[in-house]
Design a protein around this ligand. Structure first.
Ligand code: F0G
Length: 492
């Protein structure tokens, strides 16, 4: 760190009782009524939704823990800023304010707005990926993989195996890239076949796990040595910075804002989903390299919209601007990780196998470890997602083989790990709701023997997990609902 580090505000509050609880550092001023429907309706609803939690209506959901994407609570200042939005097809001042915020917070002066994260991936993949390209990354994200495959490229994941995929671990930086493996890959293919190296902050599919600055510096050193572009997926950069502050001694006294800058300075091309970063809706691509900006600009006008709105409503652009600044506030960015940590630690105490250390964006349950009696081809994580909905009207997201693809012979490419993710959108759920989710997870874990498998009955060719339709392989959902009724009486 070059700059002296200012004292950052404490985010941990000690209770006199000795209890270790995450504390909300905000007050709730706008609320939305929720409906907790009885188990019989939950069974009917998941059946109507073809055992795919994406197909449920929020009418039937009590805790929507599907994602943190576009559903984070917005601050008073974000919603206030939306009122001053400058509606203009071109040259909107809302865009100028966003561009200034990107320069101030992420340190990049050229910004291309896009309608969401995958739109950035579309533009970047079309610009750089060709048939036969090799794309090394710490780990793929579903939409990244889809866009790279769409353009004929091949993703090569370079996490530290098997460490990064070990469910229960004390490794603080499971998202780190294996530098020796990166060197070997470049030696094997030659740099000309590698248009860029991608690092994903708070690596989503392995449980929201961070990488360290030390590792990012090494990746950059190798990229520079071979003249390869380094791209950062910054969708979850705030959480990654928070973990660096907590876990990487060099940065323990640095502010989140300073760490953010260090990370972005190491990566010449940065993109993000603003549905996550900035707790808003939209996305962006930013760089200090005019040549890269010019190359991508033409694709943005073709696919997204004019370069001063990029398919995003100007109101959302204003909320992105404020949200970006708020990402540097540790009291904002610590909320979701501290609730996740509480949830994971409490679930582990109850014997539930969870991804550890706790990561960003959500608590990740090891469905593969819970359901060894369900064959992997019958989608353990998908089945557990459906079961938890029946148990508690809680909607999680399957992050396992349903979210994977088929190989050229039509066989499922089995996911490395079968996870059910319970996302913690920022500042949305209270501690008692968190404890309710824990309670229903505990009950389900004790009744795990009742859970069976799923099979596809309708399978889209790309990103099949969104709209795919599945069916249970036996009448296990009915048996699970009946056991719930037996144990909980006439309670919801
Ligand atoms: N990159 C990462 C790391 C993401 O987590 C996501 C989205 C995207 C790119 C794509 O962004 O949805 O705005 O197009 N993750 C969401 C999730 C879908 O629920 O984890 P998008």
């Amino acid at each position: 760190m070059q700059k002296p580090s200012p004292a950052s505000p404490a985010t941990k509050v000690k209770f006199f009782s000795g209890e270790d609880l995450p504390l909300e550092l905000h007050k709730v001023r706008v609320v939305q009524k929720l409906h907790l429907v009885p188990v019989e309706r939950r069974l009917a609803a998941i059946t109507e939704a073809s055992f795919n939690t994406y197909q449920l209506s929020t009418r039937d959901i009590y805790l929507d823990m599907l994602t943190d994407s576009g559903v984070n609570a917005m601050s008073d200042n974000q919603t206030a800023a939306m009122h001053r939005a400058d509606d203009a097809y071109a040259g909107s001042q809302s865009f100028t304010r966003l561009r200034d915020a990107v320069e101030e917070v992420l340190g990049k002066k050229y910004l291309l707005p896009v309608h969401q994260g995958r739109a950035a991936e579309n533009v970047i993949s079309r610009a750089f990926v060709k048939p036969g390209s090799i794309l090394p990354m710490n780990y793929h994200f579903t939409t990244t993989l889809a866009h790279i495959m769409e353009n004929g490229g091949k993703v090569v994941e370079l996490l530290h195996y098997p460490d990064a995929l070990q469910i229960s671990s004390t490794n603080p930086f499971k998202g780190n890239m294996d530098i020796a493996a990166l060197e070997a890959l470049i030696a094997r293919h030659g740099p000309a076949q590698i248009p860029f190296i991608r690092m994903e902050a708070s690596t989503n599919l392995i449980g929201g796990q961070p990488f360290s600055i030390a590792n990012l510096r090494e990746v950059r050193r190798v990229a520079d040595k071979h003249g390869i572009l380094l791209v950062l997926d910054a969708s979850l950069i705030g959480e990654n910075c928070y973990f660096i502050k907590k876990r990487e001694p060099e940065f323990k006294d640095a502010s989140v804002g300073e760490i953010l800058k260090v990370m972005c300075d190491l990566c010449p091309l940065v993109y993000f989903s603003a549905r996550k970063l900035s707790s808003s809706r939209g996305g962006g691509i930013c760089t200090n390299d005019k040549a890269i900006y010019d190359k991508l600009k033409n694709l943005v006008v073709l696919f997204e919209g004019f370069v001063t709105y990029g398919g995003i409503s100007v109101r959302e652009i204003e909320s992105m601007t404020v949200g970006l600044h708020e990402t540097t506030d540790e009291t904002v960015i610590s909320q979701s990780p501290s609730f996740i940590e509480y949830f994971v630690n409490e679930a582990v105490k109850r014997g539930v196998p969870m991804v550890t250390p706790p990561g960003g964006l959500g608590a990740h349950i090891d469905a593969g470890g819970i359901l060894p009696h369900v064959p992997r081809e019958e989608y353990q994580a998908g089945a557990f997602a459906a079961a938890l909905y029946i148990a508690g009207a809680i909607r999680g997201m399957e992050r396992g083989t349903v979210s994977s693809v088929r190989d050229e012979n039509g066989k499922d490419v089995l996911a490395d790990i079968e996870l059910l993710r319970l996302a913690f959108p920022r500042r949305v759920f209270t501690l008692s709701q968190t404890r309710y989710a824990l309670d229903r997870l505990h009950w389900l874990y004790l009744n795990r023997g009742l859970i069976g498998g799923l099979k596809f009955v309708e399978e889209p060719p790309v990103l099949r997990f969104f709209n795919g339709r599945l069916a249970p392989t036996s009448d296990w959902p009915q048996k699970l609902a009946a056991k719930f009724r037996e144990d909980f009486g006439d309670s919801l």
